[in-house]
Design a protein around this ligand. Structure first.
Ligand SMILES: *[C@@H]1O[C@H](CO)[C@@H](O)[C@H](O)[C@H]1NC(C)=O
Ligand SMILES: *[C@@H]1O[C@H](CO)[C@@H](O)[C@H](O)[C@H]1NC(C)=O
Ligand SMILES: *[C@@H]1O[C@H](CO)[C@@H](O)[C@H](O)[C@H]1NC(C)=O
Ligand SMILES: *[C@@H]1O[C@H](CO)[C@@H](O)[C@H](O)[C@H]1NC(C)=O
Length: 557
């Protein structure tokens, strides 16, 4: 190649410095705080909802999974494309506390485990990372997420690299074989310091799923408070995220004794909720009753913290993406209704389509993984559609520019109840920018700013928009143990429930699966009325459009 003409050099310098400025602007740091139960951006005080996915980097090979399948930036971009804004990136403590381990290269780490295929794949997809020490490789993954505007919560999943978690793995509680509190505190400080200049590291999960025979509430306070202080001292910008006892299913002890920290506005609690924790209940009891009872339990063990003005981060939940476990589908519907109702921050388990090496298995397929075995695309796009509404915030600081209203969420489909333009027909459609409903003190469900309300017409008949909103066919109650059935009476006194038909048209039908029957799945009749202040159809199109639409509906109807 020829050398550049010297006259172009100044121009190139200008262009280069401009790109640096732009680049610098793009990666300007995100800092989050808490404001009552919400996580907010320090810049403008507006709510930031964490819609994260867990990216595993704590297994035996001690390198983020999937890098033998796809380039790191491709994976970072895919995370955003799938609607997530954040990653909970797991790590084993010893990566940062054992210098020898931190200095092992990725290639050496694979060689030790005999993972020759992983080396070949890694060389092809991430040639610049394969010969880096493990600690630098971890930093490269963080840097890629930074570059691509994905927020990062660093999660200390375990001490000794390997699959987590069991009661007897020596990593469960302070004082266990691999869990020396002093080593842990040293490691936390090191991680907090190391990533204090990373633009997108917004939080640190101090320790995943405390558990095992040594569990002890007073030691929880002693060490979690110390851990929180150590992290905050090393990096006062990050959110400090604390998990509970019993595999992070229980924070109820905080009802008795509050936590005592020297700093405020940075503390978040995390909790885990999987379907398999209540597998037998979901399989053998009535789905409405299980949903009600399980939600009640999680509210008592963790959800109460929202009322005490702490954000609650559901840092692990998820299902087998093949959708073959019926009980998990029921759990997912119950979970989505709950997560939407409380507008929670969360992290799905998991991104990984495969693991290099897990529990002795080479190239293990992860059926809970969002991505396929080759990390090229989502395993199940209908799952992504179902969870897409809860990836967006509904309420919170800065989102209250629009007037409060309701949306009617249908968890089984991930859609909301909408009116079709220029007709009175009701159907399911995207929740964002959707219909602006109101649920009045007289139990009428009305379209805000109009005289229309939801009306039942009969069994297996289309639900209508009517104007006689004091009729009993316009009174709706949230019934059944789960409160997820919306029920009304038609004018001959028959009780019906809101439902959908096979074309997603909103109908009313005989209420099903209210109690008792354990085989029956109520999903089509589960709706949740959600509070929101986000942009609605009324806000999007303005009042003129409303008048036009109402006029059209009147003329057509
Ligand atoms: C540190 O890591 C090296 C390399 O994996 C390992 O051989 C050694 O046992 C570790 N030391 C401790 C104290 O865990
Ligand atoms: C918890 O730990 C404290 C402090 O070490 C100890 O005094 C107490 O007996 C322990 N409680 C239980 C139930 O083991
Ligand atoms: C399931 O049913 C059993 C037996 O009636 C009951 O003891 C249990 O609490 C129920 N579980 C749930 C989660 O509803
Ligand atoms: C996706 O999940 C649904 C259930 O949610 C299931 O019916 C479907 O078969 C799954 N699709 C794939 C490709 O696994």
């Amino acid at each position: 190649m020829s050398s550049k003409p010297s006259s172009l050099v100044p121009i190139i310098i200008i262009i280069l410095s401009l790109t640096t400025v732009i680049h610098h602007h793009l990666v300007s740091a995100i800092q989050l705080s808490t404001s009552s139960r919400w996580i907010v951006n320090d810049d403008d005080g507006e709510r930031v909802k964490l819609a994260c996915v867990n990216w595993v980097s704590h297994l035996d090979a001690v390198i983020a999974e999937g890098l033998s399948k796809q380039p790191v930036d491709v994976i970072s971009k895919k995370i955003l494309e799938m609607g997530f804004n954040c990653v909970r990136l797991t790590y084993p403590l010893f990566l940062f506390t054992n210098r020898t381990l931190g200095a092992v290269t990725v290639r050496e780490s694979f060689l030790r485990l005999g993972l020759i295929d992983s080396i070949h794949g890694f060389e092809a997809n991430n040639p610049l990372i394969i010969d880096l020490p493990l600690i630098k490789a971890f930093q490269e993954v963080v840097a890629s997420l930074d570059r691509n505007n994905v927020m990062i919560v660093l999660d200390n999943q375990i001490s000794k690299p390997g699959w987590c978690c069991s009661d007897s793995d020596g990593n469960g509680f302070f004082g266990d074989q691999y869990f020396d509190p002093d080593v842990w505190l040293y490691g936390l400080a090191k991680v907090a310091t190391m990533f204090s200049s990373s633009a997108n590291v917004v939080g640190m999960s101090l320790r995943n799923e405390l558990r095992g025979p040594k569990e002890n509430v007073s030691l929880w306070y002693r060490y979690m408070q110390k851990g929180a202080e150590v992290v905050h001292a090393a990096n006062p910008n990050v959110l400090v995220i604390l998990s509970g006892l019993s595999y992070d299913k229980d924070l109820s002890f905080l009802q008795i004794q509050p936590i005592a920290l020297t700093f405020g506005n940075k503390l978040v609690f995390e909790v885990h909720w999987y379907g398999f924790s209540n597998e037998e209940d979901w399989k053998t009891n009535n789905t409405n009753q299980v949903c009600a009872q399980v939600v009640d339990t999680i509210m008592n063990r963790a959800g109460f913290l929202l009322d005490e003005d702490y954000p609650l981060f559901i840092s692990e939940w998820g299902i087998d993406q093949r959708g073959t476990n019926d009980f998990e589908t029921r759990y997912l519907n119950c979970f989505s209704a709950w997560a939407a109702d409380h507008d929670l921050d969360w992290a799905l388990w998991t991104l990984a389509g495969s693991y290099y090496f897990r529990q002795g298995v080479v190239e293990m397929d992860e059926t809970y993984g969002l991505l396929t075995l080759d990390w090229s695309e989502p395993r199940n796009s209908s799952f992504l559609q179902k969870i897409s509404p809860i990836q967006s915030p509904f309420q919170g600081p800065g989102l209250s520019k629009n007037r409060p209203h309701k949306m009617i969420f249908h968890p089984a489909t991930g859609f909301c109840v909408q009116r079709q333009s220029f007709s009175k027909e009701l159907t399911l459609g995207p929740c964002s920018g959707g219909e602006s409903w109101d649920y009045t003190s007289r139990n009428a469900i009305t379209i805000k700013g109009t005289c229309y309300c939801l009306q039942a017409d009969g069994v297996e008949k289309k639900a209508k928009l009517g104007t006689t909103c004091t009729d009993r066919s316009s009174q709706w109650e949230e019934i059944s143990a789960s409160k997820l059935h919306l029920s009304s009476k038609i004018n001959n006194g028959t009780v019906v429930c809101l439902d959908i038909d096979s074309g997603n048209t909103i109908i009313t039908n005989t209420c099903k699966c209210l109690a008792g029957d354990s085989m029956c799945d109520p999903a089509s009749q589960w709706f949740k009325i959600i509070n929101t202040t986000t942009e609605s159809r009324a806000g999007t199109y303005g009042w003129m459009n409303w008048i036009m639409q109402s006029l059209g509906a009147y003329l057509l109807g």
